[in-house]
Design a protein. Sequence first.
Length: 163
Amino acid sequence: ASGCCDKELESLKSSPPPRKLTSGEKIFLDHGLRGIRGEVEDGFPTVVGKGLPALRKALAKGADLNDSALYALFHLMDGCEDTNIVARKGYSFWKGRYREMLLPLLAITPPFSQEARGLIHETDALFSAEGISPGGAADLLTCTLFLHWAEGYPNHFVNITPE
């Protein structure tokens, strides 16, 4: 994926395409956020640096996979350039209020207490009511879980041997 941001995004500054720009392209031009393109080009640093460590920490504390995945999701939400949030709610919301909304979630650790579960449900209801959809972080959680499971099957998970 090396160079995809230069190829796909930087060129927009000098020669916009004849078609309507995607949300990600507009956000890049307006705010410099590279979103998933940057995540891929940089080797999934948020997955490797935030998602996997959070998942491993939660599992090591005895949390089940659901609580561990939620814990990883909260850390991914905090660490990624989620252009889905920016597209729906605006850049200043993403940089400000959204980050503030995450702080209580980042302060809880699994296995989650009933109080922590209440906070998670309240935050979920608030996100739903306000149309806050951390889709980029959710996609990165999928990558996190894939890598977690692939680690257990280094030679058998995917057959890449030519036939």
